[in-house]
Structures are given as C-alpha cells and as structure tokens.
Design a protein around this ligand. Structure first.
Ligand code: ZN
Ligand code: MN
Length: 485
C-alpha cells in the first residue's frame, strides 16, 4: 500500500430539466438550436433588466436537496459571484453563497467493488449556467443560448479516496437525479459537469494537503483519468521535494493529462454580495415537507431492496435498479411471473439488456416492445419445458423486434421444443446411422465421442431439443445396439 492517500471532493453542476431559463422566459433547450437564438435582454445581461426566478427550477433544486438528504433552509437567498470572463454576460453569476438551499446531506452509493459507501454532501445551491465558448482557429465563438440555464451545484465533503470511488459516486448521483426527473442526466450533452478537488497526503498526516482543482470534466472516464493523473503527478512532485500550489487545471482529453490554467481564486476573490435585484427565497416549510413525502424510492434504496427481497446479488440488483423505467419494469414482471426472481433477473440483465443496448434506443421505448406479460409468459414456457433456453433466446429476439408474444413467434417459426420421445428418437437413430466413426470411437472406450453425437442431434433439431434428454437417448440407443446379435 502506498504511503500516500488520495483525497477527493467533487463539485457537480447539473442542468435542471425546466422548459425555460433560470431568470427569464427563454427556452432552456439549447442543444441543436441556432446559436444566439434563445436569448433576451435578461439573459444577455443588458442594463435595466430584472431577473425573475423560475419556480420549477426552485422546486427541482429542493427535490435534489431532499434526495441527497439535505436540510432545506427556509431562508435561502441569491448572491452575486463576480468575475470577468467572455462566457458571463453580466460580469457576475447569480448563485448562492452564504445561504444555499440545502446543507448537510449524504449520498450512499455502490462502490462497484461489492460494498456501499456514503459521502457527505456539504451543500446544494441554485445558480445559472454560462454561455458556451467554442475555441477555433479563427478565434473564439460565444453562444449565449446556454447562458441562464438553471443549474444546481452539488458539493461533497473531501471524503472520496480513489478515482473509482469518485466515479461510482458520480454515477449514483447521475442516476438519482435522473430518477427524480431533475435532469436528463446526459453527460455527453453537458447536463452534468464535474470539477474535482484533489490532494494527496501521507497516510499518517491528519491535515489535508494543498488541493488542485480540475475543472469541467464531462464523462465518468474523464473523472477517473484526471484523478489518476493528478494522483501520480502530485506524489511525484512531493517525492522530488516540490510543493503543491493551489491552482485550477484543465483536462486535455487528447493528451491524457491535466494542464495548469491559473492560480486558484479564493472565495474572497469573487466579492460575493446579496443579489439586490432578487428578494430572499422564502420557502414554505409545508411545501418542502410535501416534496419530501412525495420523493420516490431512489436507486440505491431500490438496489438494496432487490437484494433483500429477491435474494439477488449486488451486481444484478444494481443493474435492475439502473434507472426508473427498468426498476418499474422489473417490479411489474415480478408481480406476474411466479418463477424464481434470480431467473427473471438473469433474463433481463443478460438477454433483454443485450437487445436494448444493440438497438440503441431509449430504455422506455425498448422495454415497451416486450411488455411484462410477454416476458413472464416466455419464462413460464421455459419453466414448463415447452421451450429450451437456447430457442427462447431466439424467440425473445423476435419478440423484441416486433412486439409479438412468445406463442405467436413459436407458432410462426416452429420453435416449440421437440420433447416427443418418438420424434427425437428417430433423429437420434438418423444421427447414429450417419456417423459410424463417432459410434465406433465411442465403442472403443472414447466416451467423449458422445459429445459429437449430441451436437449432431442438436443441429438436426435446430437447438430445440433438451441436451440432457438427447444424451440419455443416445446412450440408450448405443447400449441396445450393443446387445443386438
Ligand atoms: Zn433570456
Ligand atoms: Mn458553480
């Protein structure tokens, strides 16, 4: 074990799923829109305009805080965070500093290595997104469609200890907030962007090392790679007798390394003060309570319940609780199917997920192709030995293609299991007849030759026979031939 310990805290910016922007009526749907077509004097920061808070954004931010177990303040207000950058039309960002919406929360997550971990959430606050800058050969282009899109920022305590742990936390956060409908969760479209605060220290050292911030990571892979890179870089720096400076770095995806950008601002550099154009954000406690009681069961809770109630292992339960439509689908199947839950889980996470991933379509639309009734019926046919598992895989693929039921596909394609002894017996006889060499090998005490014969019968039945039964019939036939004069 290394004498150094990695210490990580994350700040995640999440775009809230609202129709309009945080402080004006412009559409918040900027992806694919003509650049600078979704702007108005408010989000362009023109003098004389006044911001109006988006009620739905406040609601989603409170739900986010509640989902993360935060204490929700009834006396939140907005602050100005002052800095100058071309993506910030007003010269300041309306954010929350001294009275954030939520504080003192926690998120429990599956660490991907078979255990559950909990990370403390320092705060959850509301703010507005900046414009999108595109740096090209001819200069930099600014698209203000994104300026003013509502964001929640979620800040953890520095309690994560490895790149994989940070990535597992991010994945659970993404799932939880998508689950409650607060965001699309689409990291590739910029709906979640992560700043990592990272430092290293000797394991026997109590105080934290000087931290470096790597900004704007937009994939879990980038979070892992940037942290692994900083881990090695900071340790090498300390080992060579250097000192770590507090600074902001960026992640260069192509080069696979972080690059220094500027020495880190401190909070006082931003000259925060209360936003004079907005009244305090007074939240009615009974409204907050109502949101708390209507909060759905979240992914980690659902995973734990699947593990406890269905005796599923960690990974199967995690996959079945990967998103809300899937979890609801599983529950609906379980209500109908009376076979073992582990069997159902195996078919969903194996075959059905395979089909869904290959089709590259939205989960809800994909699941609708095989309604719970249809899947339960298919599995019951296997349980009743009217269909072999291998034929059932082919049947499920057809069902997924056109929404047919299992009996309809079986009827259409003649995939029913050949269980009739006489039909199978005549195929067995044909295969023995056609393979004298394998038969002779078997008789010369080469029992492995029977595998070849089983394969021949399975091919002749197009996989619709039961392999165990085939083997038995072959052994019986060879034995009775032995006894013939
Ligand atoms: Zn606007
Ligand atoms: Mn922020």
């Amino acid at each position: 074990m290394s004498v150094y310990e990695l210490v990580v805290g994350l700040e995640t910016h999440v775009q809230l799923l609202t129709a309009s922007k945080m402080f004006c009526g412009c559409s918040a749907e900027y992806n694919g829109a003509e650049p600078n077509s979704r702007v108005c004097p408010v989000c362009l920061g023109l003098p004389g305009t006044l911001p109006m808070p988006n009620e739905r954004a406040v609601e989603l931010a409170v739900q986010t805080g509640l989902a993360l177990g935060c204490r929700i303040t009834t006396h939140a207000h907005f602050d100005r965070k002052n800095y100058h950058y071309p993506d910030l039309p007003k010269g300041y960002q309306i954010s929350q500093h001294s009275a954030p919406l939520g504080t003192d929360g926690a998120l429990e997550f599956d660490d991907g290595a078979g255990s559950f971990r909990t990370v403390g959430i320092q705060q959850v606050h509301l703010e507005e997104d900046t414009a999108k800058l595109t740096h090209g050969e001819d200069g930099t282009l600014a698209d203000f469609n994104r300026a003013g899109v509502p964001l929640v920022e979620i800040v953890t305590h520095p309690q994560l200890r490895s790149p994989s742990e940070a990535s597992a936390y991010m994945e659970t956060l993404r799932r939880a907030l998508t689950w409650i409908g607060a965001t699309t969760g689409d990291m590739s479209a910029g709906a979640l962007r992560v700043d990592v605060n990272v430092s290293v220290r000797h394991r026997d050292q109590a105080e934290l090392g000087v931290k470096v911030e790597v900004k704007n990571l937009n994939s879990l892979a980038a979070v892992r790679s940037a942290l692994a890179y900083e881990h090695d870089r900071l340790i090498a720096l300390l080992e060579s007798g250097g000192t770590v400076r507090q600074e902001t770095r960026g992640w260069d995806e192509g080069q696979g390394r972080t690059v220094g950008q500027r020495s880190k601002e401190y909070a006082h550099d931003y000259r925060y003060f209360p936003e004079p154009n907005l009244p305090p954000l007074a939240l009615d406690p009974s409204w907050v309570d109502e949101l708390r009681t209507t909060l759905p069961e979240l992914p980690t809770e659902r995973q734990k319940r699947f593990m406890a109630e269905l005796s599923l292992d960690h990974e199967a339960a995690r996959l079945l609780a990967r998103d809300r439509p899937t979890a609801q689908y599983v529950e609906a199947c379980l209500a109908i199917y009376d076979g073992p839950a582990a069997n159902l889980a195996g078919w969903i996470t194996g075959q059905l997920f395979g089909l869904i991933n290959a089709a590259r379509i939205d989960t809800t639309a994909a699941l609708a192709r095989v309604p719970p009734n249809n899947l339960a019926e298919l599995l019951s046919l296997i349980d009743a030995e009217r269909l072999t598992p291998s034929a059932a895989k082919a049947v499920l693929a057809r069902m997924f293609e056109d929404g047919s039921t299992a009996p309809a596909v079986i009827e259409r394609e003649g995939l029913a299991q050949v269980t009739s002894g006489s039909a199978l017996a005549s195929i067995v006889a044909e295969v023995l007849e056609a393979n004298p060499k394998a038969v002779a090998d078997y008789r010369r005490s080469k029992p492995t030759a029977i595998g070849f014969l089983v394969g021949g019968v399975m091919r002749a039945t197009r996989g619709q026979a039961d392999a165990q039964e085939v083997r038995l019939l072959l052994e019986q036939a060879l034995e009775s031939q032995d006894q013939e004069p």
